[in-house]
Write a protein that binds this ligand. Structure first.
Ligand code: DC
Length: 227
């Protein structure tokens, strides 16, 4: 169903970790011939820079300065969602546990978020994008053409994440606790907490297959185009 219509849509997919956003967003983008932009990767890249430069995750001013001095690029063109930090491909490194934890802490700061939102708007402005994150439908593109809030039962989300990381035993327990902590931070931060936009379609993927979720979103895209 490649989108041959002249107007390229902006599709926002928000939701908590483990709800299936990344896989769905990337499959949807591929089907539509759109670009998949993963906003979380930008927070992760800044978090990595903070680790490398020994900057406190609580020091908003220092983090903002670091952001201004950094070149964070999402390059979806070379297969998968590649992330470049100051020209280096950090796509694998930013998925590691220390960066994951740091990204969660770096992303609470309002000024850091403002900086990110401005970059994300520039990237998505022309449309033809599936952008995923936590605040895409509420903040980055409140006028997005299609807004999805993808959720799932917390137990299932946790299990999916642990399966992805192949975590077992004590390590799985620790990672589960970290995930719950990040979830709480996402939902309770003062600046752009994770909530479904009022006009978002909430999809619960707990008992749906990936194909079923994708089919539902494709249907919403189709309706938008014909409506
Ligand atoms: O989606 P992710 O796990 O890669 O996101 C990494 C962190 O960035 C996560 O702790 C939530 C935060 N984030 C955010 O606050 N806003 C976004 N639009 C995307 C991610």
């Amino acid at each position: 169903m490649t989108d041959a219509s002249p107007r390229k849509l902006i599709i926002a997919i928000d939701g908590p970790a483990g709800a299936g956003k990344s896989t769905i967003a990337s499959r949807l983008a591929r089907k539509l011939g759109y670009v998949n932009l993963e906003s979380g990767a930008m927070y992760r890249a800044l978090a990595l820079k903070a680790i490398e430069w020994d900057t406190s995750f609580d020091d908003e001013a220092a983090l903002l300065k670091l952001a201004h001095e950094s070149r964070i690029e999402l390059d979806p063109s070379i297969g998968g969602n590649h992330v470049l930090l100051d020209g280096s491909d950090v796509s694998a490194r930013i998925r590691e546990r220390d960066v994951t934890e740091a990204a969660s802490r770096v992303s609470v700061h309002p000024q850091v978020r403002e900086w990110m939102v401005a970059r994300q708007r520039e990237m998505g402005l022309g449309g033809g994008v599936v952008m995923e994150g936590r605040d895409i439908g509420t903040k980055v593109f409140p006028d997005a053409d299609v807004k999805i809030f993808l959720d799932a039962d917390p137990v299932i989300r946790e299990q999916r994440r642990l399966d992805q990381q192949k975590a077992k035993g004590a390590s799985a327990q620790a990672m589960g606790a970290e995930l719950r902590d990040r979830d709480r931070r996402d939902r309770t931060r003062a600046a752009s907490p994770l909530v479904a936009a009022e006009d978002a379609i909430v999809l619960d993927s707990t008992s749906l297959t990936e194909d079923e979720v994708l089919a539902q979103i494709e249907e919403l895209v189709r309706e938008k185009r014909s409506g």
